[in-house]
Design a binder for this molecule. Structure first.
Ligand SMILES: [Zn+2]
Length: 427
């Protein structure tokens, strides 16, 4: 049966390649959020022909949604012949900016040596195409299947997913009584199952000072010097502490298998002039200095404790510096997520990988977050993984590509998962 499925997918190889090319040729750049309606209509038309009921949903009022750049999502559902579980494939349709260094047309969908090139090829239009081909192949070969198949193409994953999966989840579309299994075909490699991601806490720390003329700094109070004290304390105590916080989550790459902190930005003192400004900067004592911190935390950690580490550090600096004043503001937080290895979608995908690729599945956790956070928290659905073709390191890079063999193999795995979950035959 596995061989039959692989050869049915193989018969659709050209279709798979063309579909990927077509998707790449619709430049769904985010920001600002271009051509979302076009890509949703393109997919909707195709899936309607396969018997899916298609809805296009605009995320009215979501961040970024406007008359010029409406946040469109496509969600398609195909009912089976009898009641049963629903398997949902969710892909984001937006891509990040092109950037420099390309030797190919980023929206040409060029095919060369078994690869399809273009922005979004691996992240994640190749995965989206693989899931469509998997569903179509499964439906054609198992017309009597039970339950339902859903395919969604959603907006804005690259900017937080608020106009995409979060919006749909708030509408109840990922509620556990409606959808039982979710696969997100992000480029984690065809032989690996991604169980979840680390947590995120972003905060802005501001130190306060008093402005004065730069020639008489003793008349003011430098917010930059106060911030320097904060950074020194971080170097001395916080960064070393974080390296000792290891996790049992199988995070890749290995370096992310611990707590991490990045200082995303630092701003203080006189405003930065434009690049073409030819004058000298003004001599002032900085009355404020701000940093944005990006703390990634582990499933073994508690967010309140993570925050206390930083406020405790700031209080320590205050105790040592008489005029030290600060404020800290939360910007963004996401809880860590890790689906159980015994969850049905995980077991089914692992069995399918073994059958199709002849090797045991690897289990990984992503260092950064993706749309699983909304499915988990808003949708309350735990039976969710990321699984799809492509090499994660190529995401957001110039000359991004996806391998046609990889797409076909992972489409076969996805089709076998459907067979396992929606028929009486094992994967
Ligand atoms: Zn992605």
């Amino acid at each position: 049966m596995t061989k039959a499925m692989i050869s049915s997918i193989d018969a659709r190889r050209d279709d798979l390649t063309r579909l990927t090319q077509d998707l790449i040729r619709i430049p769904t750049l985010n920001p600002p959020g271009r051509n979302y309606l076009e890509i949703c209509e393109y997919l909707g038309t195709r899936l309607e022909r396969q018997g899916f009921r298609v809805e296009l949903v605009r995320a009215h009022g979501a961040p970024g949604d406007s008359a010029e750049f409406p946040r469109w999502n496509m969600i398609a559902r195909r009912e089976g012949a009898a009641p049963g579980d629903c398997v949902h494939f969710n892909s984001h349709h937006d891509v990040v900016e092109v950037g420099h260094g390309w030797s190919r047309d980023p929206f040409g969908g060029e095919v060369d040596n078994g690869r399809v090139y273009g922005r979004g090829a691996c992240d994640m239009k190749g995965g989206l195409a693989a899931s469509v081909i998997a569903a179509e192949t499964f439906i054609a070969t198992h017309p009597g299947f039970r339950g339902a198949i859903e395919i969604s193409a959603t907006a804005d994953e690259e900017s937080g997913g608020f106009g995409g999966v979060a919006y749909l989840a708030r509408q109840g579309r990922f509620d556990p009584d409606r959808v039982q299994h979710v696969i997100i075909p992000e480029p984690l490699h065809k032989d690996r199952i991604c169980l979840g991601h680390r947590g995120v806490w972003w905060a802005e720390i501001e130190t306060k000072g008093r402005i004065a003329h730069g020639s008489m700094p003793f008349l003011g109070d430098s917010a930059i010097r106060h911030m320097t004290a904060v950074l020194e304390e971080m170097e001395r105590t916080l960064f070393p502490l974080l390296t000792t916080k290891r996790t049992d989550m199988p995070v890749i790459p290995e370096g992310a298998r611990q707590s991490t902190l990045n200082i995303n930005s630092i701003h203080g003192g006189a405003r930065q002039e434009d690049d073409d400004y030819t004058g000298l900067p003004a001599p002032v004592v900085a009355d404020r200095c701000r940093i944005v911190i990006d703390r990634r935390f582990l499933i073994e950690e508690d967010l309140a404790e993570v925050k206390r580490e930083v406020t405790g550090l700031l209080e320590k600096v205050r105790a040592e510096r008489p005029e030290f004043r600060y404020e800290i503001r939360d910007l963004f937080e996401v809880a860590p997520v890790m689906t159980d290895r015994d969850a049905p979608v995980v077991r089914s995908t692992a069995a399918a990988i073994e059958r199709v690729l002849g090797q045991a599945a690897g289990y990984v956790v992503s260092p950064g977050t993706y749309d699983q956070k909304h499915i988990d928290r808003i949708g309350r659905l735990k039976n969710c993984i990321a699984y799809g073709p492509g090499v994660l390191d190529l995401a957001h890079q110039p000359d991004e590509w996806v391998g046609i063999d990889d797409m076909a193999d992972s489409a076969a795995v996805m089709a076998m998962v459907l067979r396992d979950l929606l028929t009486d035959s094992p994967a």
